[in-house]
Every structure is written in structure tokens, then in C-alpha cells.
Design a binder for this molecule. Structure first.
Ligand code: UDP
Ligand code: MG
Length: 238
């Protein structure tokens, strides 16, 4: 049976971990795939770590990577990809804004032979107008800086083949954002448009400061040498 890894970055998401786990395991219960879930705790200051560790004792499909300190979502997804072992790897936010009911569609498109399938954000229901405009401007500048390799509203919600993961690992770091590195590692990609549901638990972890830092690093990171770096303090992946 083929194995699928679901990689999820977590930053102060203690209340989201259990609902996410339930939703993912439920979605896979009727699918003919072995499952692994890689929780990457990005230096949370809440009880995310304890929650993930407790889950791992209950469910052997739970793998975890704990960062020594907050290194950012891009570092977290990148670390998760490097350590995932599935025939395909999915990336999903832990706040359920990447709807688990779409998992079968992503898998189907991958099984059709697409090396990478990216979700495209169709509408976001929870943005304040200012936040919405700021995110769009940031996404436009980042996409432009990457030569429109991917459409502006491409999200991290994605699935990729093991061959792409292997190529990703060998690729010299060129982009701060994981999805652009993934895009470089693949020859072709497919897209699935989806509506982003509102976050029901907790708040967005993207403060304006974080958004601007990401923008700055994605634009100048290559020359400044500020590509994602992280320190792993604990993992159960052998
Ligand atoms: N995240 C992370 N490190 C950070 C910020 C966010 O690992 O420094 C994670 C977060 O826990 C979530 C995902 O990245 O699983 C997306 O973050 P968020 O939902 O806050 O972003 P938004 O959906 O508002 O763009
Ligand atoms: Mg979110």
C-alpha cells in the first residue's frame, strides 16, 4: 500500500491540534493509503508540544519535529518535507483552512500523474479589508520576484510526488518560500481552486510584522543569505 505523509506547521496552535488530527485520520479512514502525519512545531510558546507528544503516544502514525525557537512557517514546511517518508507528501495548515474533504481530490490528481498539485485560493472569508489588501500586495510582489512561476493565489495546500521531494532536497536554496522551491523541483504542476473557510479556532499567526519580514526575505533573501534556517531540538523520526 502506498504511503502519504501530511506535513503541518504549528505555531501556538494547541487548540487546533486535536481537531486537525481527528479530521485527517477521519479523511484517510476510507482511503486505501497508509498515513503518516508530520507535525512541525515551530517554537510555540503554548502547549502545542505537549499535545503533539501526547498524540504520538496514542497514534504511531504521528511523527513530530520540534524547533528550538520560532523559525517561521517556511522553515517548518521545509523541515517537514525533508523528513517525511511518504510516496507522496501533502502540506496542510493545522487550522483547518485547507479543507480536509478535498484530500481525495488532491490524491486523485497526483495518481493521474501530476508531480505536484497546488491549491489555489479562490476566496478568503476571514480577511479584514486591510489585511486582505496587504496579503494580496505581498503575494503579488513575491510572485513577481519569482517570475510568475506560480499564480499569485497559489497556496501551501498541496500534494507532491516522492520524486519532487527528492529533487527538492538536492536543490540549492533559491527561494525563501517552500512552494517556490517545490515548483523549481518539479517539471509541471496542476492546480485545484478552493474556497478558504474562516479560521474557527485561534487567530492568524501572521502579524503585519511577520508578513513584511516574509516579503523582505523573499525579495532580498537570496542576496542577504536569509534563507530559512531552523534548529531541531526534538523529533521522533529516526
Ligand atoms: N505557522 C508557523 N509558523 C509561523 C506562523 C504560522 O508554523 O511563524 C503555521 C500556522 O500554525 C498555520 C500555518 O502556518 O498552521 C498558516 O498560518 P496562519 O493560519 O496563521 O496564516 P493565514 O492562514 O492567516 O495566512
Ligand atoms: Mg490560517
Amino acid at each position: 500500500m502506498k504511503k502519504i505523509s501530511v506535513v503541518t506547521p504549528c505555531y501556538n496552535e494547541a487548540e487546533n491540534i486535536e481537531p486537525f488530527h481527528t479530521a485527517i485520520t477521519h479523511a484517510f479512514s476510507s482511503l486505501p493509503y497508509e498515513l503518516e502525519i508530520v507535525y512541525v512545531n515551530d517554537g510555540s510558546s503554548d502547549t502545542s508540544e505537549e499535545r503533539i507528544r501526547a498524540l504520538s503516544l496514542r497514534d504511531p502514525r504521528v511523527k513530530y519535529i520540534f524547533f528550538a525557537k520560532n523559525a517561521g512557517q517556511q522553515a517548518a514546511t521545509s523541515a517537514g518535507l525533508v523528513h517525511a517518508s511518504g510516496d507522496a507528501v501533502m502540506m496542510m495548515d493545522v487550522d483547518l483552512q485547507h479543507p480536509p474533504h478535498l484530500i481525495p481530490d488532491f490524491i486523485e490528481r497526483w495518481e493521474e500523474g501530476n508531480e505536484v498539485v497546488f491549491g489555489i485560493r479562490r476566496a478568503r472569508s476571514d480577511d479584514s479589508p486591510l489585511r486582505g489588501i496587504t496579503s494580496k500586495i505581498a503575494a503579488t510582489i513575491i510572485a513577481l520576484g519569482e517570475g510568475w512561476r506560480l499564480p499569485r493565489d497559489t497556496s501551501d495546500f498541496s500534494i507532491m510526488d516522492r520524486s519532487v521531494v527528492q529533487a527538492f532536497k538536492k536543490l540549492p536554496p533559491r527561494a525563501v518560500m517552500t512552494r517556490f522551491q517545490v515548483a523549481r523541483a518539479a517539471r509541471a504542476y496542476a492546480f485545484i481552486p478552493f474556497d478558504v473557510p474562516p479560521r474557527t479556532i485561534g487567530e492568524s499567526k501572521y502579524t503585519y510584522k511577520k508578513l513584511l519580514t516574509l516579503l523582505w526575505k523573499s525579495t532580498f533573501g537570496k542576496s542577504l543569505g536569509t534563507l530559512p534556517r531552523y534548529e531541531i531540538k526534538e523529533t521522533n523520526i529516526v
